[in-house]
Design a protein around this ligand. Structure first.
Ligand SMILES: [Zn+2]
Length: 259
């Protein structure tokens, strides 16, 4: 285990690698039969390459990938992870097929071209759980942070891989096209039960936490405060990385002037 470069164990069968950029998390779930599911691998070329190397060190092989949503930093891949099914919601697959150039544009000049070419080749998940040999993985789909976004609940392990939701670092970030907070709120509300049931959350950006319900309540309180007063006491508001986002959210709120 000491030979692992990036993967850090979270609990039985679950590992996380955190990128040097934006505290971005990649999640690995072992299937218990020598295989691994790799969720949202990121980000720089050396960091992507270290994931399959770490899987080799663990004595397992990547059998599937998964992208929680269509954003460029969640649809990356590395050739050494292999040509395996890379799952996403049907809507995410369709979006990448139809809007590939637009959705992957931020990667141009940012990572090597061969990694851009391999990014975003996804197939739709069929059914409410993943069809694999590993622990039961339940899909929770909503449109809060992005359309057709999914969270993956590894039910028997009490783990929720939440994508870009329930972060201790990032404020609620609605899709850029949203003019109010309503779509985000209804997407968040769809996660109410699982957020109160899960014991650990692995967010797309930020720390792994055992405060899943607290994060859910904080995000809901933030939206409510903005709609009621146009301001929020949420400590994340003071983080530099949230400055622009918070200002946009204030404008989106019932109290704001619109976007
Ligand atoms: Zn995102």
């Amino acid at each position: 285990m000491s030979s692992l470069v990036r993967l850090v164990p979270v609990t039985d069968h679950v590992y996380v690698a955190t990128s040097r950029r934006y505290v971005t998390n990649s999640t690995v779930i072992l299937d218990g039969h020598g295989g691994a599911l790799v969720i949202d691998p990121s980000w720089d070329a050396d960091e992507l390459a270290a994931i399959p190397a770490d899987l080799r060190a663990l004595g397992v092989t990547c059998v599937a990938g998964l992208a929680t949503h269509m954003h460029y930093d969640h649809v990356l891949w590395h050739p050494d992870l292999g040509d395996v099914p890379r799952w996403a919601s049907a809507g995410t697959v369709e979006a990448i097929v139809n809007r590939r150039t637009e959705l992957l544009a931020p990667l141009l000049g940012d990572i090597p071209e061969d990694l851009i070419e391999i990014a975003g080749h996804l197939v739709p998940i069929e059914g409410p759980t993943l069809n694999w040999r590993g622990p039961r993985a339940v899909i929770h789909q909503h449109d809060a942070h992005a359309e057709h976004h999914i969270a993956v609940e590894i039910a028997d392990l009490g783990v929720l891989v939440s994508g870009d939701m329930l972060s201790d670092l990032e404020l609620p970030m609605p899709d850029w096209s949203e003019v109010d907070l309503e779509t985000y709120r209804s997407g968040l509300l769809q996660l109410a039960e699982v957020a109160h049931r899960a014991e650990r959350v692995i967010p797309g950006h930020g720390a792994v936490g055992n405060d899943v319900a607290e994060r859910y309540e904080a995000d809901l309180a933030y939206l409510d405060e903005l709609d009621q007063t146009g301001a929020s006491a949420d400590p994340r508001v003071d983080l530099e990385l949230n400055a622009e986002l918070h200002e946009l959210n204030v404008r989106r709120s019932a109290f704001g002037a619109g976007v």
